[in-house]
Design a protein around this ligand. Sequence first.
Ligand code: PEP
Ligand code: MN
Length: 334
Amino acid sequence: MIVVLKHNVSQARKEQLIAWLENLGLRIHVSDGEYQTVLGLIGDTSRVDMDLVASLEIVDSVKRVSEPFKCCNRKFHPDDMVVEIGSVKVGGGHFAMIAGPCSVESEEQIVTVAKAVKASGANLLRGGAFKPRTSPYDFAGLKATGLELLKIARQETGLPIVTELMNIMDIDLFEDVDVIQVGARNMQNFDLLRELGKLDKPVLLKRGLANTLKELLMSAEYIMASGNERVMLCERGIRTFSDYTRNTLDLSAVPMLHELTHLPVIVDPSHATGIAKLVPPMALAGAAAGADGLIIEVHNDPMHALCDGAQSLRPEDFDALAKKVFAVREICRA
Ligand code: PEP
Ligand code: MN
């Protein structure tokens, strides 16, 4: 249920109403916009007398929210969420250009790539230290050492780091990580999501291989309902009957999610296509569709990458792409 307050309601009267609603056993999410204040009521609202609330002098309107997701619902929070990662902002007109290798392989590799992508305009560095691999025989990441190498690359470039946490047992190792990524395969690991909800750290939540947008939003809800509001969603392609690409990039998810939620939406054209030459056109399409950011795999030597070389751009290709992405954003802003 949402309660929209009238313009210019005093703080005291607002607090009085909130205290009364909280007494009914509800959690209240307050969204103070430029023109109106919206109270989002979370919990069992069946005991709330809608007509009584609507009749209050300070209340403009009351609506039931039928969607099962509340904390991440745009109706609760009409303004775009801006996620702050140090000095980097994402959402509400601020763009995340996340780039880096699929996995961290060595200090030389991650520092070289970090410097290159930064020079091309990336503002966040990606790199997997804990890698979910389909085959148990494949390289699964450098783990704790990989996280240390990411920190060295951050120190060298100033880029905040984005890296995947697969298992809650490793969470202490991630204390000094800037953004925790939840990979597609873990989108519905509800215990993991609940634990991430207890942190004061942004989370990049990737859409599962065969999950609906509603399921993606319900997973964001797990994190937010546990107390962590700083969630960014990522469309990374879904399983369809496409035969020549790794996945199918569901670009309509971008404007649809923007309608449903105030959370930033990032597009991953690398895992969506699996093919380096398809990454630039789909990245540009993602930017044109209104994505709040892109996450792109870049490797200094794709031929010898330990993971996802076929979809990795060389630094010079990323540089050319980044220029076009920024140009597309300018055109779309006009
Ligand atoms: C990744 O970003 O490294 C990754 C494994 O992606 P996804 O979870 O989307 O497959
Ligand atoms: Mn990858």
